[in-house]
Design a protein around this ligand. Structure first.
Ligand code: HT7
Ligand code: ZN
Length: 844
C-alpha cells in the first residue's frame, strides 16, 4: 500500500464552485448524477484533473456538455480539463445493499444512509475527496421511501423526491444522505439572535420513546455553545438520525448528524446511567463540530486533531459544567490511561499530528482525540482562561470557512498572548508519554522541587526533545492545611527546579493536580504521604490519585511479594467512602481499582513479566478483603444510596447508583448473590438490572437471570448487545474464550453488525485474564473472527486489532502466540489496506 506524507501536501488544482447531485435510489443499482463546476485554483500550480472514485460504475462523463473518456485508475480517474471554469457531469452506479463496509452509501435495516468521513464520498461519486476542497451542495433524492434527508435546508419536495441545499461550503466528508421509513421526535430551538431552528431526531418506528433525552442534550449543547463559546447554529433545521449499523459512535455531517443508535437512543428501562452520560456527551460533541470541524475544517487528514482534539476538549468542558467537574476529570484520566497510554507506549504510538499514514481510518485514535484534547487543556492552563477565550474568538473570526492547520491554530494563541509556542508545538509532533521524575529538598524555609522529564523512544522517533509541561502543584502542612494553593509551574527544560520560600516546615506536596499534563509521574511517594493525601488533599483529583496509587502499589506487592491486602489503605479508604459529605459519584471512583491491564503495564515497566492470572487473583483477593472488612459500613451505604424519586439520569442520582453498584458487588461477595437476585427481579431501570446481573455472573449464580434477561429483551438490539458483552466481559478467565465462542454460535449473533461484533470481541479483549488465558484460545478466536470480518468491514476489523497492541508486555509463550495470530492475519489473501497497515505496525 501507498504511504501518504504530511510533507507532500499540495493544494488541488481546481476549486469547486458548486455541486449538484441527484440520487435515484435503488438497493443494488443506485444512480448518482453529478454536475459540478470547477475553476482553476489560483493557489495551485499543478492543474492535473484527477478525481477520486472507488467501487463506482461509470455510466457517462462530460465536460462542458461533451462526452469525455477519462483514464481509469485504481482509485479514481484522470481527464484532460480546461484551464478555466468548466462543468463536469457524471453518472455512476453504486450498490448500497452490497456495501458491508458501512462507508459511502449503504443500507441498514432497509434504510439508506451515508458515512463519508474520512474518504467515503469517493464511493458515492467521482470527486476531489479531500477536506481542503470545500463547496456548496444542492442535492435531489428520488425514492419512494417517506423520509428523504440531506445536509442544509429543505428546498422543495414532492411525491417520491426531495431537494436540499446547504449554503455553507463544506468538504465532501461532511456530505450526508438518509432515506427511510422513519419517524421523528420534533422540537425547536431559538438561538441567541432569535433564529427559530427546527430540530428532529429520526428513528425507526418503535424507537420514538427513546429520543427525549437526546433532544434535551441537543438543546443544552446548543445553549452551552452560545454561552461559553459565543457560537450560534446557522441553518433552519438540525436533524439527527439513529442508524443500527455504524462503524463508530456518530458523525457530524452538516445539519444532518448520523448516530450509531447506541449513542442516541435512551430510556430508563433500556439504558444505563453510563449510557445516558455518554449519549449526552456524544450529542454535544457532534453538535460542537458545527463550528470546530465544519465551519472551520482541516486542510488535510494529518490535521485531524485540529477538529477532534478541540471538540473532545469542548465536550469535556460541557460535561464538567452539566455534571461534576472532578468526577469528569477523573473519568477522563482513567480513560486516557486505559486507552491512550497503552497506544502511546506500544507499537502503534504516533504523534497527535501524525506525519504519514496508509489508511487514515486507522488514525481516529485515542492519541488524536484524547491526547489532542489534553494538549488543548495544557494550552489553556498555560495561557489562562481569558487569553484562551481571546484566542478562540480570533480563531473563529480569522478562519471561518477555511480548511486549517495546527500552525493556524497555534498562531492565534501566539497572536492573542504574544507567547512563542514553538516548543509547545512538540506536543503535536513528538509521540510517546513523557515520564516525569521528581525529587525534593527542604532547607532554610525553602522547599525545592526538581523535575526531570524523559520520553522513551517510540516507533520512528528515537530521540525526544524536552516538552513544555504545566505542572500544577499545591503544598500542604502536616496538619492538612494548604500552605501554597495550586500554582502552575511551567517546565521547559529536561531538568528544572522550582522553589517555594518562606515556609515554616517541610510541606507535603500535591503534584500534577487535576492531572495538569498527560505524563507518567515517577515519584516514589511514601505510603504515609499517600495516606495523608488521601485524607487531606484539597485537590479532588490528587486525593483520588493518592488512593489509586496506594491500590496499585498494594496490588503489585500482593502479586510480586505474595503479601496480603494493604489494610492501612483499606481503612483510610473506608473512612472516605463512608463520608456522606462527599459526592457519591466521587466515592464510587475512589473505590474503583486500577484495571488489570494497568497493573500489567506497571509490572512490565518495573521489569517484571506480568502474569495475567496472578493479576486477576490479586485483584479478586483484594475485592474479597474489601468486602469483608467493610461489611459494617455497607448497610448505611445501602440506605444512603437509595433513590426514592422518579428515575433521572442526572449526576446526583447516577452517582448514588454508581456507589450502590460497588456496594452491591461487596454484598454479593458476602451473601452469594441474594441481594443482587432480589434487585435483579425488582429493578425498574437498566442501571439497577445490569449491575445486579453483573454481580450474579461474578458469583456464578446468573443462569436464571441471564435467561430471564434474554426473554425480556430479545427484541431490543441495544439491550441484547449488553447481554452479549457482559457475559464475555465478566466471565472467569478460563471461561471467557469459550463463552465468546458459544455466543458467536447464538442465533442472535449478527457478526456483520459492528455493535454486536464489538459486544462479544470487545468484551473478550477487555477481559484481561480471559483474553490472555495461557492456552492462547482468546487470541486464536479473535484472530479467526478478525480475518472473517475483514472481508466485509475493514474499518471495524482494523480498530479491533488494537486488542493485540500490548503483546510485547507478556511472557515469551504468550508473545509467540500473539505474534503467530498477527502473522496469520497478515498473511490472509486479499486482506484490506486498513488491517494490513494495523497488523504490520503491530508486528513492528
Ligand atoms: N468525525 C467522526 C469521525 C469518523 C467516523 C464516524 C462514524 C463512522 C466512521 C467515521 N470515521 C471517522 C466522528 C467524530 O469524531 O465526531
Ligand atoms: Zn469528533
Amino acid at each position: 500500500p501507498q504511504t501518504i506524507y504530511l510533507k507532500d501536501y499540495k493544494p488541488f488544482g481546481y476549486v469547486v464552485d458548486d455541486v449538484h447531485l441527484t440520487f435515484k435510489l435503488a438497493p443494488n443499482s443506485t444512480r448518482v448524477v453529478s454536475k459540478i463546476t470547477f475553476s482553476p485554483n489560483p493557489d495551485a500550480t499543478d492543474r492535473q484533473f484527477r478525481l477520486h472514485g472507488e467501487q463506482l460504475k461509470l455510466i457517462s462523463s462530460k465536460i462542458n456538455g461533451s462526452d469525455v473518456s477519462p483514464v481509469m485508475l485504481d482509485d479514481g480517474l484522470l481527464v484532460d480539463a480546461p484551464n478555466e471554469t468548466f462543468v463536469w457531469e457524471a453518472e455512476v452506479e453504486i450498490a448500497p445493499e452490497a456495501n458491508t463496509a458501512l462507508e459511502g452509501l449503504y443500507m441498514s435495516n432497509g434504510m439508506y444512509c451515508t458515512q463519508c468521513e474520512a474518504e467515503g464520498f469517493r464511493k458515492i461519486t467521482y470527486y476531489p475527496d479531500r477536506p481542503d476542497v470545500m463547496s456548496v451542495f444542492t442535492v435531489r433524492i428520488e425514492s419512494d421511501l417517506p423520509v428523504l434527508l440531506s445536509n442544509g435546508n429543505p428546498v422543495a419536495q414532492g411525491e417520491g423526491w426531495a431537494e436540499w441545499h446547504d449554503p455553507w461550503p463544506k468538504p465532501a466528508y461532511l456530505f450526508a444522505l438518509v432515506a427511510g421509513d422513519l419517524v421523528n421526535h420534533p422540537d425547536r430551538f431559538v438561538t441567541q439572535s432569535g433564529k427559530d431552528v427546527e430540530l428532529n431526531i429520526w428513528v425507526r418506528p418503535g424507537d420514538e420513546n427513546k429520543c427525549a433525552f437526546g433532544m434535551e442534550a441537543l438543546k443544552a449543547s446548543m445553549r452551552w455553545d452560545e454561552e461559553v463559546y459565543g457560537r450560534e447554529y446557522d441553518l433552519d433545521i438540525f436533524n439527527i438520525v439513529a442508524v443500527d449499523d455504524f462503524n463508530m459512535g456518530a458523525m457530524e455531517n452538516k445539519g444532518l448528524n448520523i448516530f450509531n443508535s447506541s449513542c442516541v437512543l435512551a430510556s430508563p428501562e433500556t439504558s444505563t446511567d453510563a449510557n445516558f452520560e455518554r449519549i449526552e456527551a456524544i450529542i454535544a460533541h457532534e453538535y460542537f463540530h458545527n463550528w470546530t470541524g465544519n465551519r472551520i475544517t482541516c486542510r488535510d487528514w494529518f490535521q485531524l486533531c485540529l477538529k477532534e482534539g478541540l471538540t473532545v476538549y469542548r465536550d469535556s468542558q460541557f460535561t464538567s459544567d452539566m455534571r461534576s467537574a472532578p468526577v469528569k476529570r477523573i473519568s477522563d484520566v482513567i480513560e486516557l490511561r486505559g486507552r491512550q497510554f497503552p497506544e502511546d507506549q506500544g507499537p502503534l504510538s504516533h504523534p497527535v499530528r501524525p506525519e504519514s499514514f496508509q489508511e487514515i481510518n486507522n488514525f481516529y485514535t485515542a492519541t488524536v482525540y484524547e491526547k489532542g484534547a489534553e494538549v488543548i487543556g495544557m494550552l489553556k492552563l498555560l495561557v489562562g482562561d481569558d487569553a484562551y477565550a481571546k484566542a478562540l474568538d480570533m480563531y473563529f473570526d480569522r478562519h471561518d470557512g477555511q480548511a486549517c492547520t495546527i500552525e493556524d491554530w497555534l498562531q492565534v494563541f501566539e497572536d492573542a498572548t504574544g507567547r512563542d509556542l514553538s516548543q509547545f508545538k512538540r506536543w503535536y509532533s513528538q509521540s510517546g508519554t513523557p515520564r516525569l521524575a521528581v525529587s525534593e529538598k527542604f532547607e532554610d524555609g525553602t522547599y525545592t522541587l526538581t523535575f526531570k522529564q524523559h520520553t522513551p523512544p517510540t516507533p520512528g522517533q528515537d530521540v525526544k526533545e524536552p516538552q513544555v509541561l504545566p505542572i500544577a502543584v499545591g503544598l500542604l502542612a502536616q496538619d492538612g492545611t494548604e500552605v501554597t494553593p495550586t500554582t502552575v509551574l511551567e517546565m521547559t527544560e529536561a531538568e528544572q527546579s522550582f522553589e517555594f520560600s518562606g515556609l515554616d516546615a517541610k510541606p507535603i506536596p500535591s503534584i500534577l493536580r487535576g492531572f495538569s499534563a498527560p505524563v507518567v509521574l515517577e515519584r516514589t511517594t511514601s505510603r504515609e504521604e499517600n495516606l495523608f493525601l488521601l485524607e487531606h488533599d484539597t485537590d479532588p483529583f490528587n486525593r483520588w490519585e493518592a488512593s489509586r496509587t496506594l491500590a496499585r502499589e498494594g496490588l503489585i506487592a500482593m502479586i510480586t511479594d505474595g503479601v496480603g491486602s494493604d489494610t492501612l489503605w483499606l481503612n483510610a479508604l473506608k473512612t472516605a467512602v463512608a463520608d456522606s459529605t462527599l459526592d457519591p459519584a466521587y466515592r464510587a471512583l475512589l473505590l474503583s481499582l486500577p484495571t488489570q491491564s494497568e497493573l500489567a503495564q506497571t509490572l512490565f515497566e518495573q521489569g517484571v513479566t506480568p502474569d495475567p492470572m496472578a493479576i486477576w487473583t490479586a485483584t479478586d483477593t483484594l475485592r474479597e478483603d474489601m468486602a469483608k472488612s467493610w461489611a459494617d459500613i455497607l448497610p448505611a451505604l445501602v440506605e444512603e444510596t437509595k433513590v426514592t424519586e422518579a428515575f433521572k439520569p442526572d449526576a446526583e442520582q447516577s452517582g448514588k447508583r454508581a456507589l450502590a453498584a460497588s456496594v452491591l458487588a461487596m454484598q454479593t461477595r458476602l451473601d452469594g448473590g441474594a441481594v443482587a437476585k432480589a434487585q435483579f427481579e425488582t429493578a425498574d431501570n437498566m442501571t439497577l438490572q445490569l449491575s445486579a446481573l453483573t454481580c450474579l455472573i461474578q458469583a456464578d449464580a446468573a443462569e436464571d437471570a441471564l435467561k430471564a434477561f434474554y426473554d425480556q429483551w430479545k427484541d431490543d438490539r441495544l439491550v441484547m448487545d449488553k447481554w452479549f458483552g457482559l457475559q464475555v466481559g465478566a466471565a472467569k478467565p478460563a471461561d471467557a474464550a469459550n463463552c465468546a465462542k458459544a455466543l458467536t454460535e447464538h442465533p442472535d449473533f449478527d457478526w456483520k453488525n459492528p455493535n454486536r461484533f464489538r459486544a462479544v470481541f470487545g468484551g473478550l479483549a477487555m477481559n484481561h485474564a480471559g483474553f490472555h488465558n495461557a492456552d492462547g484460545s482468546g487470541y486464536e478466536l479473535l484472530a479467526d473472527w478478525l480475518i472473517k470480518l475483514d472481508a466485509k468491514n475493514p474499518q471495524t476489523t482494523a480498530r479491533m486489532c488494537t486488542a493485540f497492541q500490548t503483546w510485547k508486555r507478556y511472557d515469551a509463550d504468550r508473545q509467540a502466540k500473539m505474534r503467530a495470530c498477527l502473522t496469520r492475519i497478515s498473511e490472509t489473501p486479499g486482506l484490506s489496506r486498513d488491517t494490513t497497515e494495523m497488523v504490520s505496525r503491530l508486528l513492528g
